[in-house]
Design a protein around this ligand. Structure first.
Ligand code: HEM
Length: 443
């Protein structure tokens, strides 16, 4: 069945009459038309449209990441949308070049009619910051000159999970770094210690350096090692978090570092690209803030802004203070060369590689396993009518059948009897079925 839709006209579809009739220079309204005000308005409106697109992407990314667990293919979608946000940035930078074709004198022709409006009041800009994860306490100025309705709306959005908080939770859930037989953190600390020991040996045996130069380099190496050690202690790290110097949790930092160090493993490709894109988006915001501040200096010098802030000084402080993903880029200080990186144990390495599963083979294997398991059950029941199957479990691919027997002797006897039978059958079927026999009083 073919569905037919009403034909649509280009201008109607895009609501062009609304958009193209939304430029009303104030300078003309007050009877002193300033030619460049049209550029000023259109530039701001274009920004707001791109902000809308970014928020649209961010909302869908947040909806994906709020899931627990986040399905793997959804991570790919989230990444693709984050990359789209990152790729919008050059357009935003370039618009500053266009606006800067307006000279400070041209701007003065209409600046006085703008009071007290300012980009400071851009609700969409605040939404982007908040959805990315900027905290109110982190702001240079916590009081924003907004209407009560906008303040309420922003307050509500601040209560919702941000990209930062969801990424932090996602990292904390990463399963690879702590296993019964493997601790990434332990191995990493040992590798760092060994790396600095090697560095010291190299410095000491370097005959080209004076005794003073050797001492200086050793002191420098000690200091470098100290900065690593501060990162090793959860207590010291949490003190940094309390002070606001760090934001990302200790556990999430470890997971992020693991991804950065072992990114060559296929399963970590996507998480690695995701972290890189977050760093890029954060960097883009900073670049835009910096470029905007420079433009402000060029247009109005050190004058206060129309929105009532100190202007350039405020904007520069916001540039350095309003970073969301700075902790991710700061992790670069803790990377160690590939040669010093501990090899992952087989158990973890195999989890990080793609595994091709031949479904037919898998089905055949599971049918064989069921047949073998049934065979063992029949044998136990035939020879030991007082045995009770209380549970079936899986252990590293093996099926374990848990039986109770009337007493210790019966359990031991059953095991001795059944062992050769099971060994032979396991070898023949290429599967592993085991029997766990316990006396009923111990079950
Ligand atoms: C002649 C061009 C511009 C000048 C002189 C200018 C000036 C300023 C000043 C002085 C501030 C500080 C707040 C205040 O006291 O007003 C500010 C903030 C801001 N402006 Fe502009 N601006 C210009 C163009 C733009 C454009 C094209 C945008 C695009 C949307 C924009 C967006 C913003 C935003 C979002 C803020 C808040 C930044 C923050 O709080 O971190 N501005 N602007």
């Amino acid at each position: 069945m073919t569905t037919t839709y009403k034909p649509v006209y280009y201008g109607d579809y895009l609501h062009l009459p609304t958009i193209l009739n939304a430029q009303h220079p104030r300078s003309s309204e007050v009877g002193a038309p300033a030619h460049d005000e049209m550029l000023f308005i259109i530039t701001h409106q274009t920004y707001e449209l791109w902000f809308k697109q970014i928020i649209h992407e961010l909302d869908s990314i947040l909806a994906i990441l709020v899931q627990n667990p986040v399905p793997e293919h959804d991570v790919a979608t989230a990444l693709q949308r984050l990359e789209r946000i990152a790729s919008i940035a050059p357009i935003l930078f370039q618009q500053i070049d266009v606006l800067e074709t307006m000279t400070p004198m041209d701007f003065l022709d209409f600046r006085n009619v703008l009071y007290p409006a300012s980009g400071f009041q851009s609700v969409q800009f605040r939404l982007m910051e908040i959805k990315l994860g900027l905290h109110r306490q982190q702001r240079v100025l916590t009081h924003l000159p907004l209407s009560d309705a906008d303040k309420d709306y922003i307050g509500e959005v601040e209560k919702q999970p941000s990209l930062f908080s969801l990424i932090e939770l996602w990292l904390e859930r990463m399963p690879f770094i702590q296993k019964p037989s493997y601790s990434f953190w332990q191995e990493y600390q040992e590798a760092v210690g060994a790396m600095f020991d090697r560095d010291r040996t190299m410095i000491r045996v370097n005959s080209a350096m004076s005794a003073q130069a050797v001492d200086d380099m050793l002191t420098q190496t000690d200091m470098n090692e100290q900065s690593f050690r501060a990162f090793f202690s959860e207590e010291a790290y949490n003190a940094l978090r309390e002070s606001g110097a760090k934001r990302l949790s200790f556990k999430a930092s470890q997971a992020a570092l693991f991804i950065l160090l072992y990114r060559e493993y296929p399963i970590l490709h996507l998480p690695f690209r995701l972290l890189q894109t977050l760093i890029e988006i954060d960097e883009n915001f900073s670049i835009w803030r910096y470029r905007h501040a420079q433009m402000v200096m060029r247009m109005i010098g050190a004058k206060v802004g129309t929105g009532g802030s100190s202007g350039f000084d405020y904007l520069m402080r916001a540039t350095s203070q309003h970073r969301v993903f700075a902790d991710f880029s700061a992790l670069s200080a803790f990377l160690i060369p590939r040669g010093s990186l501990p090899a992952l144990p087989k158990e973890v390495a195999s989890m990080l590689n793609f595994v091709y599963i031949d479904r037919q083979e898998q089905d055949k294997h599971s049918a064989t396993r069921t047949a073998a398991t049934d065979y063992v059950k029949t044998q136990v029941q035939a020879h030991f009518p007082h045995a009770y199957l209380i549970r079936e479990s899986a252990d590293n691919g093996a099926v374990v059948l848990h039986y109770t027997f009337p007493d210790d002797a019966a359990a031991a006897h059953a095991l001795t009897f059944i062992a050769p039978l099971i060994d032979g059958m396991n070898a023949e079927y290429g599967v592993e079925v085991r029997v766990n026999a316990v006396p009923v009083h111990a079950a």
